[in-house]
Design a protein around this ligand. Structure first.
Ligand code: C5P
Length: 351
């Protein structure tokens, strides 16, 4: 076996998974807080956040992709010619004939990232987290359809329980963020049904986009970071569309101030955590696999839960505990595969 990449002595596989679990719960909490902590009239634009996410993620991926390209031997010691040669090679890789394939997951991820804001605005952070586990369901379905992966009956049973668990968690209606002395129209009211529809649709696009990205990634030798830049480039157009709409509907100020109205520290914080998550997702796909990714996100439910109880006076209801337990057990069951039959292991087990 090839040597396992490590950082500070810890295998990147585990490091990326633990970090993803922490990132997942942090995102649910910060995104939810950034939406509900201000009255609707002073909300920041989710479309701007999605656009910033793609620009930042694309730029970071571009720098990593560039640094992965070795300097040609004939330009050794010459700074500018070496830079130009590497840039040319990167450009050739970025605009390769198959780059258009990334347009499909790119559009899906933009839709998903916008819907996430709707979900986080209308559901408690933990409910949003638990409901997001529906991704496992959609990822499995698309893997079976598109990648012809085989699931054992234990996994199908686990998926059924997962769906039941998510359903049970939804049984807590009329959640409202109430603060003393705040006028009624300034109170952020959450619409559980709207939140649930958003999270269900986001899970659908997550599954399809993830599987499609996997197909493209495995179908060629192209560097992961090059693929990420291609993904961000194709995201720009669909991410810009709602931003143009935003400006057209309110053109009295300059476009920059329309874009960044109310875009404060919490909004930027949400964007940074999202960017970090996007890069981590790529690393997890490379160094771990989708099975372990499921584990990481279900672990994040527990983290979000504990933080929500401590920070947001989250009400622990019987249906919440029951539903979350079903989701966690189902996730564990789904990932609990007999040791010997390796054949059905998800194909992007890169280790
Ligand atoms: O929920 P899910 O795991 O599908 O979320 C993936 C997130 O990571 C999305 O927000 C997507 O924009 C991002 N992503 C990325 N680069 C990839 C794959 C996913 O930025 N290669």
């Amino acid at each position: 076996a090839s040597s396992v990449p490590t950082l500070w002595g810890i295998p990147l596989k585990y490091l990326s998974l633990i970090t993803l679990a922490l990132q997942n719960s942090m995102l649910a909490l910060i995104m939810h807080y950034s939406r509900v902590s201000t009255p609707p009239s002073r909300a920041y634009s989710a479309a701007t956040a999605v656009l910033m996410n793609e620009i930042l993620k694309g730029t970071i991926s571009l720098v990593i992709a560039f640094s992965n390209i070795p300097a040609p031997a004939d330009t050794a010691g010459q700074l500018l010619p070496s830079f130009v040669a590497r840039a040319k090679r990167l450009a050739a890789e970025l605009f390769s004939p198959d780059c258009w394939k990334l347009s499909i997951p790119a559009i899906l991820y933009v839709i998903q990232n916008n819907l996430q804001f709707v979900a986080a605005s209308n559901l408690a952070a933990v409910t949003f987290q638990v409901s997001s586990q529906m991704k496992i369901l959609t990822t499995a379905a698309f893997s079976v359809i598109l990648l012809r992966k085989k699931l054992i009956s234990l996994q199908w049973t686990a998926l059924l329980f997962l769906a039941i668990g998510v359903g049970v968690v939804q049984i807590q209606l009329g959640v409202r963020v109430v603060r003393e002395g705040v006028p009624l129209e300034d109170i952020h009211t959450m619409n559980a049904l709207k939140g649930f529809i958003a999270v269900a649709t986001a899970s659908l696009t997550s599954g399809l986009a993830g599987v499609y990205f996997e197909m493209v990634l495995k179908g060629s030798q192209t560097d992961l970071w090059v693929r990420n830049v291609q993904l961000s480039l194709f995201s720009l157009l669909p991410a810009l569309a709602p931003v143009f709409y935003l400006y057209a509907s309110d053109p009295q100020d300059g476009w920059l101030s329309a874009l960044f109205r109310n875009f404060g520290g919490w909004a930027w914080g949400t964007v940074f955590v999202q960017v970090f998550g996007g890069l981590l997702t790529a690393l997890v796909i490379k160094y771990a696999d989708n099975i372990l990714k499921g584990f990481a996100t279900s672990l994040s439910i527990v983290i979000s839960f504990l933080v929500s109880v401590a920070l947001f006076d989250f009400q622990i209801t019987f249906t919440f505990v029951l539903g979350s337990t079903i989701v966690l057990v189902a996730t564990w069951l789904y990932n609990h595969q007999p040791k010997r039959s390796e054949s059905f292991l998800w194909a992007f087990n890169w280790s």
